[in-house]
Write a protein that binds this ligand. Structure first.
Ligand code: HEM
Length: 130
């Protein structure tokens, strides 16, 4: 392939500055939340060693010497349960915000257009009624 055509093709494959900035935000968000989850899970497993033992047994049983594949990971039921419970107790994103795009109602509460709503995930996760 002539060099000029190759360079032209490479230019089309390049990300724009805006795309690179967007990817950086995604990486940061994903890394921060994931490391938060893993840190709290390690904390919980260090406090509840009987669960650490159950999870170890499950991982050894399902993975043996293999590098965990997506198929194997779906079989790790206890690991998944503990990760979900860790997310419930110590969720990395404690609240999310939304702006009402139009006049609306949340249950019987009137919410005018433009109202900023904070949804408190952390208290919801610990509310027995929810
Ligand atoms: C335990 C790990 C994670 C948790 C708890 C988590 C939590 C969340 C939450 C609550 C939102 C919604 C925020 C909102 O709507 O205001 C969100 C959005 C998002 N997360 Fe994650 N996240 C995790 C991992 C990741 C990873 C690994 C990635 C990327 C590799 C990622 C990429 C995104 C993106 C792109 C959005 C925006 C989606 C959209 O609005 O269209 N997240 N995440």
């Amino acid at each position: 392939m002539p060099e000029a055509r190759l360079l032209e093709q490479e230019r089309h494959q390049m990300l724009t500055t805006v795309e690179i900035a967007n990817e950086c935000k995604t990486f940061f968000a994903g890394q921060d939340t994931t490391s938060h989850l893993l840190t709290w899970t390690m904390f919980l497993l260090s406090r509840y060693s009987e669960w650490q033992e159950k999870l170890r047994e499950e991982v050894v049983r399902e993975c043996s010497d293999a590098v965990p594949s997506p198929d194997i990971i779906t079989k790790l039921k206890l690991v998944n349960m503990v990760l979900l419970e860790s997310l419930r107790l110590y969720n990395p994103v404690v609240f999310v915000r939304r702006a009402a795009g139009s006049d609306t109602h949340v249950s019987s509460i009137r919410v005018p257009k433009g109202t900023l709503l904070s949804i408190p995930i952390a208290p919801l996760h610990r509310d027995k009624d929810v």
